[in-house]
Design a protein around this ligand. Structure first.
Ligand SMILES: Nc1nc2c(ncn2[C@@H]2O[C@H](COP(=O)(O)OP(=O)(O)OP(=O)(O)O)[C@@H](O)[C@H]2O)c(=O)[nH]1
Ligand SMILES: [Mg+2]
Ligand SMILES: [Zn+2]
Length: 367
């Protein structure tokens, strides 16, 4: 066995089971040579578990990809170099993504952080306990809207609550255009309504805080205990998360599902148009504001403030809108600062090269 790859298992899963279709085939056909297609099922730090026609293989990425910062994520369809002469196996390219689930970078990281690719449907999972928060759900909704995937909200742990309907009503009232289903992953109840979303060749991802029951739901749907759930917890110093890596698995229906670790911080990474879409109620009222650049905070003739005074718009809704708007502007600034810093570092690098060259030249002349 060569050092660059290692066959993990040989599953009876084909790429077609994972959503490989004519369009992917077309994109792949431009790669001529000893290449095979694959789909990333788990992305580790520097290696990727990829399903290929040869089975699941743990692979590194090529040096060129590293240089271009072309980093695969779970769900990516990739091009794998599989050279029978040298035994080399590595990922050499990523096929153009149809959708990307992204968020703003957390902490030191700036810009877009891609969580997963080629996702059709997102199950945003919450519970009727301490996790329940409309602002949090709104953030997830924005992430999904910007991704091109379709959102569904699941209120898990319905068994822990005598009456779940007030929670559903509140989501429908304050978030609007999205399907909401109460389920109990632990008791495997309410799951039948999810079947239409779990069709063959579709990919679904679970998003939600740690402990809401994403992995329990994954196990309930797959009928396995493959995903570790709440009882076993790994303390990473920043919080306790049971799932630590994003992982794609398949259902007998042919649907792919991706379990993710709970998100600590949900920074929105989106263009303004998705904010307008999510808050279309405010945007349509704002058409009546006196000033076209009204910030709906203290301007005269503001139709939004008037709607709040008249009770046709909830103040909390405007508060959320303004908060997320500010956050998106901040993320953009942060990304711009990051770009400027990169540019500065690049110039520093070039200057450094120049300095080395001049020193070398001087040394040769003085010899
Ligand atoms: N009562 C009840 N408990 C549940 C339900 N679903 C999950 N749990 C429990 O909630 C705890 C957390 O479940 P997990 O599935 O590990 O949660 P998770 O969202 O995967 O968490 P992370 O991997 O940390 O992001 C476990 O103790 C589960 O047994 C449910 O429907 N009802
Ligand atoms: Mg989990
Ligand atoms: Zn206004």
């Amino acid at each position: 066995m060569n050092k660059s790859s290692e066959i993990i298992e040989n599953p009876p899963i084909t790429l077609k089971d994972l959503g490989w279709d004519e369009d992917w085939n077309f994109l792949f056909s431009s790669f001529k040579g000893p290449y095979i297609p694959g789909r990333v099922v788990t992305a580790h730090k520097t290696r990727y578990d990829v399903i290929t026609p040869d089975g699941i293989i743990s692979l590194p990425i090529s040096g060129a990809m590293k240089t271009k910062k072309m980093i695969p994520v779970v769900g990516d369809f990739v091009v794998v170099l599989s050279d029978p002469d040298t035994g080399t196996k590595m990922i050499v390219s990523i096929l153009e993504r149809r959708t990307t689930i992204s968020r703003g970078g957390s902490g030191e990281h700036t810009g877009e952080q891609v969580i997963a690719a080629n996702i059709d449907m997102v199950f945003i999972i919450t519970d009727p306990g301490h996790d329940f928060s409309i602002p949090r759900l709104l953030r997830y909704m924005l992430i999904v809207r910007a991704s091109g995937a379709h959102p569904v909200i699941l209120l898990n742990k319905a068994d822990t609550c005598d009456d779940i309907s007030p929670f559903i009503n509140q989501i429908q009232r304050e978030i609007g255009d999205v399907s909401v289903f109460p389920v109990s992953a632990l008791q495997s109840s309410g799951l039948d309504v999810l079947k239409p979303y779990l069709g063959s060749q579709k990919t679904v991802i679970f998003l939600g805080s740690s402990g809401v029951g994403k992995s329990t739901l994954m196990n309930a749907l797959t009928g396995s205990t493959d995903q570790k759930t709440g009882e076993i917890r790994e303390d990473d110093g920043k919080g306790r998360h049971t799932t630590t890596v994003r992982h794609l698995t398949t259902l007998p229906s042919g649907c792919c599902i991706v379990d993710t670790p709970g998100m600590r911080e949900i920074r929105v990474w989106t263009a303004g148009e998705h904010l307008s879409e999510e808050f279309s109620d405010i945007e349509s009222i704002a058409v009546g504001c006196k000033f076209s650049d009204c910030t709906h905070q203290n301007e005269p003739g503001c139709a939004v403030i008037q709607a709040i005074t008249e009770g046709t718009l909830m103040p909390g809704r405007l508060e959320q809108y303004l908060k997320i708007q500010k956050e998106i502007a901040f993320e953009k600034d942060k990304a711009n600062i990051g770009l400027k810093r990169m540019e500065k570092e690049r110039w520093q690098g070039i200057c450094e090269l120049g300095k080395n060259y001049r020193e070398k030249k001087r040394w040769i002349q003085n010899r």
